[in-house]
Design a protein around this ligand. Structure first.
Ligand code: URA
Length: 217
């Protein structure tokens, strides 16, 4: 296993993943289970953030206590539309983050991403001090993940400052991203068996966007 791939092994994560995989789980239960796992993924993904020692006075004495470096900027980038399910929790855990939506859908024949939204106002203050969390519940072919990371590399943000957070990953997607971006970190709750001929993860949970938003067929 690549040293930059982190699988969150935890009984509650596994339990909620079973709820998500079950095709009989309704939308309400599905989204609650997904959010519970999101906390675990974010705690794992944010463990790489730099900290500084802050002088604090407790009721007992003065001390130094580590806090997230106030000089960094954090961008949280959900890939639309399924990545939105992680946004609330990202904002709750990182209230000072900037949310940057990346709109892509996949061409069902080529499985390549087609961009439709990517708006950034102004320039980054300091790319070296910018940390990015890219959110997509399903890391399948890795094609949209590849484009998302590339988008931030173009802004001169170092790969090592980026974390790709996914719920379920396919080996194919992991391979694509780790080969292209060896310093990118990937945090996931499970690496499944494979992709099927339509690019869906097996066993997976089906179309994450459809299940999150209860899409009418
Ligand atoms: N996207 C999904 O929503 N599900 C998959 O299995 C693969 C890509």
């Amino acid at each position: 296993m690549n040293e930059n791939v982190f699988v969150v092994n935890h009984p509650l994560v596994a339990h909620n993943l079973a709820v998500l995989r079950d095709k009989n789980t309704d939308t309400e239960k599905f989204n609650h289970a997904l959010k519970r796992i999101a906390y675990a993924l974010f705690f794992e993904g944010t463990k790489f953030l730099p900290t500084v020692e802050k002088p604090i006075s407790t009721p007992i004495c003065d001390t130094l206590s580590p806090m997230v470096d106030p000089n960094i900027e954090i961008i949280v980038s959900p890939i639309l539309r399924a990545g939105l399910v992680f946004s609330d929790i990202a904002q709750e855990m990182l209230p000072f983050c900037h949310i940057h939506h990346l709109g892509m859908y996949r061409n069902e024949e080529t499985l390549e991403p087609i961009w439709y939204y990517n708006k950034m106002k102004g320039k980054l203050k300091d790319p070296d001090k910018t940390h990015v969390f890219i959110l997509d519940p399903m890391l399948a072919t890795g094609n949209s993940g590849y484009d998302a990371v590339h988008n931030f590399i173009k802004q001169k943000i170092p790969q090592k400052n980026m974390v790709f957070i996914s719920l379920i990953s396919a080996p194919e997607g992991i391979e694509k991203l780790t080969k292209a971006y060896p310093e990118l970190k990937i945090v996931t709750s499970k690496i499944d068996e494979k992709l099927n001929e339509r690019g869906y993860i097996v066993p997976g949970l089906g179309d994450a966007g459809d299940r999150i938003f209860n899409t009418v067929y």
